[in-house]
Design a protein around this ligand. Structure first.
Ligand SMILES: [Zn+2]
Length: 227
């Protein structure tokens, strides 16, 4: 086979805590490179709706109130990866979550001679993330966004846009909740990061900068992966 025309689908794993901008970056990669973002929840719903073998198995388990096994998720993923829209590559979001799942994914990819192109860790500064997220609030009337540190209205408590005075904060955006979400994320992700570092495919991107800068770094990684 002529290697010059053969393209291997890129398989990217995107790791990042809530608030790191994972969704925005994944959409950018979809548009720029024709990749498809696959999240576990969407995959399961689609397989159940399509009534595939794996989808039927997942449906039975979910209806019984149980967690869908790694084996079922892998079978659903196998079906999905074979679809034509995944030819350029995929971005996996929310899978794998454990090193056991990561090993199962490696085995699955090996069936078709593929492997992980890169596991990208969106790195955040935890303290700065807490400030960033817990400082957010919006105008209850028009929805304009504000921030304690970065974007105060001209008059305290009065919306610049509509003059509304009812400011709202999301209950789960408080500092304590954001901190514990980050701790949980690091606990869960540390073994995966070690796993992919060992495999030599871990790439770290500073996710605290400008969205365009982060996007540029990710694009560089994907371009390398698609070579
Ligand atoms: Zn307003």
């Amino acid at each position: 086979m002529d290697t010059a025309v053969m393209t291997t689908p890129a398989v990217l794993i995107l790791l990042g805590p809530p608030g790191a901008g994972k969704g925005t970056q994944a959409r950018m990669l979809e548009e720029k490179f024709g990749l498809v973002q696959l999240s576990t929840g969407d995959l399961l719903r689609a397989a159940v709706a399509a009534g595939t073998e794996a989808g039927k198995a997942a449906k039975a388990v979910m209806e019984a109130g149980d967690l869908v096994s790694d084996e079922i998720v892998i079978n659903i993923l196998r079906d999905r990866l074979a679809e034509p829209d995944c030819a350029k590559g995929v971005i996996l979001d929310g899978f794998p979550r454990t090193t056991v799942q990561a090993q199962a994914l490696d085995t699955l990819l090996a069936e078709t001679g593929q492997k992980i192109s890169a596991a990208v860790s969106l790195e955040v500064d935890d303290a700065a993330m807490v400030t960033r997220i817990s400082g957010r609030y919006t105008c209850g009337n028009c929805g304009e966004g504000y921030h304690d540190s970065f974007k105060q209205p001209a008059r305290d408590g009065v919306c610049d846009k509509c003059g509304g005075t009812e400011m709202k904060r999301r209950a789960d955006d408080n500092a304590e909740t954001v901190s514990s979400r980050l701790v949980a994320y690091h606990d869960q992700t540390a073994p995966l990061i070690a796993y992919y570092k060992d495999k030599g495919v871990l790439q770290s991107v500073d996710a605290m900068g400008e969205i365009d800068t982060i996007a540029g770094a990710l694009a560089g990684i994907v371009e390398q992966a698609m070579k």
